[in-house]
Design a binder for this molecule. Structure first.
Ligand SMILES: C[S@@+](CC[C@H](N)C(=O)[O-])C[C@H]1O[C@@H](n2cnc3c(N)ncnc32)[C@H](O)[C@@H]1O
Length: 287
């Protein structure tokens, strides 16, 4: 296990269960976002996201879920993502450890591979849990969205003693629509299941305050730590694959070099093409 840090932000290169057990004190974290491997066969830098059976996968998950509950402060919040087929198990498992306040659906449009003989999946489930249902952070005013009835339709509520326009803003409901991260987006990193900045912004703004500690045990491209930093929170990110730790070191500006190499974002294929076209043009102009 190796730890990299610069004051407010910590990256732990290692196994989530080991790092949670040995590096994070109990009741010390304000917010946890956990987006584990889903047991659906993705390839994480050569590590296959597939366990020998569903039972073995679930037992592994229960181990780190217990640790997450243990590491949360009494006022802490926990957001958990998983595959649609695993979430029912986690929902039931967590009920005597935390309070599940919302069952969120992250919906996205998908124009890629389409299912032909069943209904294709266009969402991922998220559980929003708190340790103490009477004492937790929820900054509703920081995440307001447009309320169409008031803002677009300009309807008036005549049931009120004095007829009043409906509110133009509201707290988001439990269906969240954010586009998935695409190759041409600025935030894109080379990882098969990178989560969008906008998704993490909503959770971190709502469920933590500046200066709070945000933990992600399966950091991937370190979106959680990146957004935590942007919003003035502290972060701890754990990741087992060195390739993704390198992305985190760069995204969080913890190091400029790693093992003697400069940490640079890989150029996209279209950027390389434009660059070489520009070079050719320059040679042509000179010639
Ligand atoms: C679903 S991805 C997380 C993606 C991340 N939320 C993002 O926005 O990029 C899960 C990550 O967990 C990592 N991982 C798998 N097993 C792990 C373990 N035992 N401990 C820590 N990380 C692990 C994988 O390498 C992968 O990057």
């Amino acid at each position: 296990m190796q730890v990299f840090e610069n004051g407010e932000h910590v990256i732990i290169w290692g196994d989530a269960i080991k790092a949670l057990s040995s590096n994070i004190p109990d009741c010390s974290v304000d917010l946890i976002f956990a987006d584990p491997p889903y047991n659906i066969g993705k390839n994480f830098s050569g590590r296959k996201d597939k366990w020998e059976s569903e039972e073995v996968y679930l037992q592994w998950c229960y181990e780190w879920l217990n640790l997450c509950a243990q590491k949360l402060k009494d006022t802490g919040s926990f957001y958990l993502m998983s595959a649609t087929q695993s979430m029912p198990y986690f929902d039931i498992y967590l009920r005597d450890k935390v309070y599940i306040l919302s069952r969120i659906v992250w919906y996205y449009d998908s124009s890629g591979v389409q299912a032909k003989k069943y209904y294709g999946s266009l969402y991922e489930p998220i559980l929003f849990c708190v340790k103490n249902k009477n004492k937790y952070t929820f900054n509703a005013d920081d995440i307001l969205v447009e309320a169409k009835t008031g803002a677009k339709r300009r309807l008036i509520d005549y049931r009120k003693p004095v007829p009043t326009l409906y509110n133009t803003q509201k707290v988001p409901g439990n269906v969240w629509e954010f586009p998935r991260v695409r190759y041409r987006m600025d935030e894109y990193e080379n990882h098969p299941t990178q989560k969008p900045v906008a998704l993490l912004e909503r959770m971190i703004l709502a469920s933590s305050n500046p200066g709070d500690i945000v933990l992600d045990p399966f950091s991937g491209t370190f979106t959680t730590s990146f957004v935590a930093k942007k919003l003035g929170r502290k972060s701890i990110g754990i990741e087992i694959e060195e390739e993704y730790v390198r992305i985190g070191l760069r995204r969080l500006h913890i190091q400029t070099h790693y093992k003697g190499e400069e940490l640079k974002r890989e150029p996209r294929s279209y950027e390389v093409k434009h660059y070489s076209e520009r070079q050719q043009l320059r040679l042509f102009e000179r010639g």
